[in-house]
Design a protein around this ligand. Structure first.
Ligand code: SF4
Length: 358
């Protein structure tokens, strides 16, 4: 099952054969990404956000205590992550302008004083800003498109999907390893929207994908809607693995929150190959409450890391603190060496999407 028709994706999303789907996704993960589960550290350095996404607990109009970590605090967290054995640090915040001029300084300082790969997840910025961050040394960028239904995107975020996709395109042009992703089970989202999401993941050939269920957050306009179905989320992960082959796909905090932290191994068996550990100081961590019950709110980063490593080994997999660069880049570089890239491009231009067949 190397390629799938939209109707087949739909059937699998509806649960026609979970056992088969998960078995194949697990095999594809093993074949294309091996036994390693990459560990990344995440620092949630500010919950200040200028946007008002209806599903988010730190939206502009949410009544929460705001924080903004200093440059020194953020860099210290990165050092801590490296001491714990991580090879990658993700710097995440709400979308704000407070750090626009500080991000290059933060990235530069981390790159000069550690061996870490630096991932930014700070929202929509101008091409020039993305360029500035890239020149400072940022390696990767996460910007989820949330849903490929543009009307729903606008209804829930008050923003334009077109602009979001333009940002993703700019990031690709600038040579970042780029991650997108979606939320499964958003109020108003259809199964066909999810089919489109999965097809988009394959078409755009993202280096990373974050897929998590909708979790209603008290105090938001969507607080009374039912949560996204966890099985539907696992099916979306499995299908994304099968179609994208070697994208880095985390067992997201949201899916682990719904399943229970002791069941992260189930997500790996559905195709995930990455997990993120939160190294934000505890006094701030609990304020980055995008949804309730978030795992690792209170657990100390070191004991969490030991537990997740045990769980990974228990599932017959290998925890890895390597940087875990994009496997897609590596594949493209190899293809280039072998002269295969040109053939792939030519086939693409002829309208045959070979990316799903490799
Ligand atoms: S989802 Fe992101 S951009 Fe939207 S309100 Fe929350 S932090 Fe801000």
């Amino acid at each position: 099952m190397e390629t799938l028709l939209p109707s087949e994706i739909r059937d699998y999303l509806l649960g026609v054969d979970d056992e088969e789907l998960f078995r194949i996704a697990d095999k594809v993960r093993e074949r294309y990404t091996g036994k390693k589960i990459y560990l990344r550290a995440i620092v949630e350095f500010s919950n200040v956000c200028r946007n008002d996404c209806k599903y988010c607990g730190i939206r502009r109009s949410a009544n929460v205590r705001r924080y903004a970590m200093s440059v020194e605090e953020i860099v210290k967290c990165a050092h801590y992550a490296e001491d714990l054995g991580y090879g990658t640090v993700v710097l995440q915040s709400g979308e704000n302008t407070l750090y626009d001029s500080k991000i290059p300084e933060i990235v530069r300082e981390i790159k000069e004083t550690t061996k870490l790969a630096v991932v930014l997840s700070v929202g929509e910025k101008s091409f020039e800003q993305y360029l500035e961050y890239r020149l400072a040394g940022a390696d990767r960028y996460l910007l989820k498109h949330e849903t490929s239904n543009s009307e729903l995107f606008y209804r829930l975020t008050g923003r334009s999907l077109e602009r979001r996709l333009e940002c993703l395109q700019n990031l690709m042009v600038l040579g970042y390893e780029v991650g997108s992703g979606n939320i499964v089970g958003l109020p108003g989202q259809s199964v066909d929207d999810l089919v489109k999401d999965v097809l988009m993941f394959a078409e755009w050939d993202f280096d990373m994908l974050g897929i998590g269920p909708f979790i209603p957050c008290p105090g938001t306009p969507l607080e009374r809607f039912p949560p996204g179905d966890v099985m539907l989320t696992l099916r979306t992960i499995a299908l994304s693995r099968i179609l994208t082959k070697n994208a880095h796909i985390p067992a997201t905090t949201a899916v682990r929150t719904v399943l229970g932290e002791d069941k992260a191994h189930l997500v790996f068996r559905c195709g995930a190959n990455v997990v993120m550990g939160n190294v934000t100081p505890e006094k701030y961590r609990r304020l980055y409450r995008i949804y309730p019950g978030k795992v690792c709110f209170f657990q100390d980063p070191e004991s969490w890391l030991n537990e997740i490593k045990e769980q990974i080994r228990g599932a017959g997999l290998k925890p890895s603190g390597e940087k875990g660069e994009s496997l897609k880049r590596k594949q493209k570089a190899t293809n280039l060496e072998k002269g295969l890239y040109r053939d792939t491009r030519e086939a693409e231009l002829k309208g045959q999407d070979t990316r799903q067949q490799t």
